[in-house]
Design a protein around this ligand. Structure first.
Ligand code: PLP
Length: 388
């Protein structure tokens, strides 16, 4: 066993980029409140606005349309507001896909009775016909869809969904938390009216994100009221260092995004070519467009939680597709929505790479898997821990 850790759980969170760390350290030295008009305040304001411009630029939005929040979850909750509107009619219900993140599935400020769920195909992609049918009946809806799924990496047909949503008089919110920094996109090109982002998925700090507006949105009810910060859309003195770290991470990511991710994709493909050699293994969503950094693979009979512990003991950080709540392993809601049975839905391991992932990371991961693979079926998974 080696002491060197291999981090392959970039969809959970990423290491802080050096550029973000340096920018945050400098921002922490500033005394001023960005709302103050003296030189110290103006210096802090300058950095916040520079970060806002960087985030706006990354998704093709106007800087004034970026509202900084405490992360993706807050941005989503701010977006999912009954009564919000673009045209004359306010939205009165929420339509989400079955594979959304828990922050979206919980509905933000919509009541549970106002929420409807769109199915996905067996390939883990939004069922556009079902979306069309759901929107055909009933009052105008807010529709919340993810651009990339956090478990499978499957990219969703947002442009087509946007046409359907707008033809039905609805408003589209896109959860782009997993996509930012992994695939290029523009908010208007996607036809997104609101978009949620999070800094810690692309090398920024945890606990900061943004809601970005792609249309003239009326009725965005602030979650936090008080001072007039963020143009009255989110009260409270800004998290200057966090926002600055977000801006720096985005600015460092975007110029080399395509090349970095092409390199990452090659590593991911090499990993998958090897994983496929495990008998009965399934690479989830391999037949559809996916994030270049994500592998979700399932092996019948495997207990994903045990495998994750085995990898961890071998020095490799990966994650299971399933969620663990109250000590009980729950099958992944994403895999279940795709039609996987509960056993297979409990057997998926997610390996996600990032800009500094290397050949040697993949080798270490495959070495650990080779050792683990034979020992992780239901029958003898208990022995795995003894072996490490
Ligand atoms: N949406 C997706 C798709 C995510 O993967 C996550 C984080 O895992 C979130 C939203 C929540 O973002 P945050 O952790 O910044 O609250």
């Amino acid at each position: 066993m080696t002491n060197e850790r291999v981090y392959l759980d970039w969809n959970a969170t990423t290491p802080l980029r050096a550029e973000a760390r340096a920018a945050m350290a400098a921002a922490l030295e500033l005394a001023g409140n960005p709302s103050s008009i003296h030189a110290e305040g103006r210096a802090a304001r300058g950095l916040v606005e520079q970060a806002r411009a960087a985030v706006a630029d990354a998704v093709g939005a106007a800087a004034r349309d970026v509202v900084f929040t405490s992360g993706g979850t807050e941005a989503i909750t701010l977006a999912l507001t009954p009564g919000l509107r673009i045209g004359p009619q306010p939205v009165e219900r929420l339509v989400v896909s079955a594979i959304e993140h828990a922050a979206v599935l919980s509905g933000g400020r919509f009541a549970p009775a106002q929420i409807e769920v769109v199915e996905v195909t067996r390939e883990g992609v939004l069922d556009l016909d079902h979306l069309r049918r759901l929107l055909a009946d009933g009052p105008p809806a807010m529709v919340s869809l993810m651009l990339a799924n956090n478990e499978t990496g499957a990219l969703q047909p947002i442009e087509q969904a946007s046409e359907i949503v707008h033809a039905a008089g609805g408003v589209l919110h896109v959860d782009a938390v997993q996509a930012l920094g992994k695939v290029p996109f523009r908010i208007k090109g996607l036809g997104s009216d609101l978009m949620s982002l999070s800094a810690h998925k692309l090398g920024g700090p945890k606990g900061v994100g943004a809601l970005v507006l792609g249309a003239d949105i009326q009725g965005l009810d602030p979650l936090l009221r008080g001072g007039g910060q963020e143009l009255g859309r989110r009260a409270g003195t800004e998290n200057v260092a966090g926002i600055v770290g977000f801006g720096a991470a985005v600015a460092a990511t975007m110029p080399t995004l395509v090349d970095d991710m092409a390199r990452v994709e090659k590593l991911r493909n090499r990993l998958e070519a090897n994983l496929r050699q495990t008998e009965d293994s399934v690479i989830v969503c391999e037949s559809v467009a996916r994030l270049p950094n994500t592998t979700l693979f399932a092996v019948p009979g495997l207990r994903a939680e045990t495998a994750v512990i085995g990898f961890d003991l071998a020095g490799v950080a990966v994650s299971s597709g399933s969620a663990c709540s109250s000590g009980k392993v729950q099958p992944s809601h994403v895999l279940q929505a795709m039609g996987f049975g509960p056993e297979l839905a409990k057997s998926a391991i997610r390996i996600s790479l990032g800009w500094s992932s290397s050949e040697s990371d993949i080798e270490a991961c495959l070495k650990a898997w080779k050792k683990l693979a034979g020992n992780l079926t239901k029958r003898d998974h208990e022995t795995v821990l003894e072996r490490f």
